[in-house]
Ligand binder design. Structure first.
Ligand SMILES: C[S@@+](CC[C@H](N)C(=O)[O-])C[C@H]1O[C@@H](n2cnc3c(N)ncnc32)[C@H](O)[C@@H]1O
Length: 308
């Protein structure tokens, strides 16, 4: 695959779940390289509108090129954690559907200079928006061993977090850790239990990336705001790539489907429970054929819900 391509995951299933209304207003909150957006536009009529949003300036540049040819489309640079404010800025007050296709895009992973990859050596960065916050190299230069171990354990689900954090801190004494290859090598040497078919730095890199990009906190904020903006009958589609995300999405949909938590036995009617979502089935996973064609789809899970 070329360095600038991203193969959209669960495309058909997402489109079906969004049940596009030709004159509707839609938000693609993770534009990436626009694969899902182009498919949504193909189903929208001339009165329909789609906004794309992405944290990554390269994704936004791709969106701007699309917006120049496509009058029904606009693109914004920012995080879906701020989506209510960003949409207000565009004069949008409600939505018929929201898509969140979480995590990193293939170009982010494949371009060594973005610093996400343990396979392609590059400057250790890992920010989806390199114009904000600290790079991974800057963060690693100052983090305590305890905090580093917490991040690897909590966000990478790395069982050997303590040992790996100690090795990184020991290596830091020899000089700055500024390259992805260097960090991958330190982790590889420290990791006591390599799994077949998986680089021993996979989980640690995931943990640092999720932490630095505030991925879980942003997801919670984005889901809440998407729900507030959806019209009745509007659809929410979220694609996750690991269990930390999927658990949150699942819990969010379940809680909003149950409505307010009230003490048992209160004489309330169903509508007083303030149920806000109806789940549309359970977890949807890619077909075997999709995983063969695109191995990055293997961990994807799509969840769908309808605004009540
Ligand atoms: C898996 S890719 C999306 C691919 C896209 N659906 C396509 O078909 O090309 C995820 C994208 O979400 C962006 N992203 C991740 N977290 C974000 C956030 N909090 N706000 C906005 N964009 C985010 C990333 O920069 C990346 O471009």
């Amino acid at each position: 695959m070329s360095q600038d391509r991203h193969r959209s995951v669960l495309l058909e299933e997402t489109l079906q779940g969004l049940a596009i209304r030709p004159d509707g207003r839609y938000l693609d909150a993770t534009f990436g390289r626009g694969g899902h957006s182009r498919a949504i536009l193909a189903q929208l009529g001339s009165a329909g509108r789609l906004l794309g949003l992405d944290k990554d300036p390269q994704a936004v540049a791709e969106g701007q090129a699309l917006a120049e040819q496509e009058p029904r489309f606009g693109i914004i640079h920012g995080s879906f954690a701020d989506l209510a404010q960003l949409l207000r800025g565009q004069g949008w007050s409600g939505l018929d559907g929201v898509l969140m296709d979480l995590g990193v895009s293939s170009p982010q992973l494949d371009q060594a200079e973005r610093g996400f990859s343990f396979l392609h050596d590059g400057p250790l960065d890992m920010r989806m928006d390199p114009s904000r916050g600290q790079s991974a190299a800057q963060w690693l230069a100052g983090v305590t061993q305890k905090e580093l171990a917490r991040v690897l354990r909590e966000f990478g689900e790395e069982r050997h977090a303590g040992r790996i954090a100690a090795a990184i801190l020991a290596a830091r004494l020899q000089g700055p850790i500024g390259r992805t290859g260097q960090l991958a090598e330190i982790i590889k040497l420290a990791h006591p239990a390599w799994e077949k078919g998986r680089h021993p730095a996979t989980k640690s890199f995931q943990g640092i990336r999720i932490f630095l990009n505030h991925e879980l906190g942003d997801l919670d904020r984005g889901l809440e705001q998407a729900l507030d903006l959806l019209h009745g009958g509007g659809r929410l589609a979220v694609i996750s790539f690991h269990s930390l995300e999927d658990r949150r999405v699942k819990r969010f949909i379940r809680d909003q489907a149950r409505g307010d938590h009230l003490p048992a036995g209160l004489p309330v009617t169903q509508d007083q429970l303030n149920r806000r979502l109806r789940p549309l089935g359970g977890a949807i996973r890619p077909s075997a054929a999709e995983v063969v064609a695109n191995p990055r789809a293997r961990s994807a899970v799509l969840r769908l819900a309808e605004r009540l």
